[in-house]
Design a protein around this ligand. Sequence first.
Ligand code: SF4
Length: 112
Amino acid sequence: MTDNNFRNDRRRLLRGALMGIAAAPIGYMGLRGSNALAQDMPKLSEDDPQAIALNYVHDATEKDDMREPDAVCANCRLYLGSRGDEWGGCTAFPGKAVNTNGWCSAWVRASG
Ligand code: SF4
């Protein structure tokens, strides 16, 4: 590999990395922005086949035998709702709102 090729490859790599860094907040805003519409989204039904597949319930206490004691949608990494919202979006159920006190088997603790 010549010095020129190496420099061009490095430049392309840096450009790609910078584009990725620049695009990340836009993607995040898109996800959060989708929650702005959460109030307009239909509420996920517990009878929805995907909800059944993931054991989703509106009231997490109904699944006390399956979940960690404090696990609810509000502290799940996939929850897109804001603090204080009763319902919010969820990346596991696109286009549907889940209850902040709900739970499903895809629950993952939110960091921080
Ligand atoms: S993935 Fe998380 S936020 Fe979504 S329904 Fe399951 S527990 Fe709730």
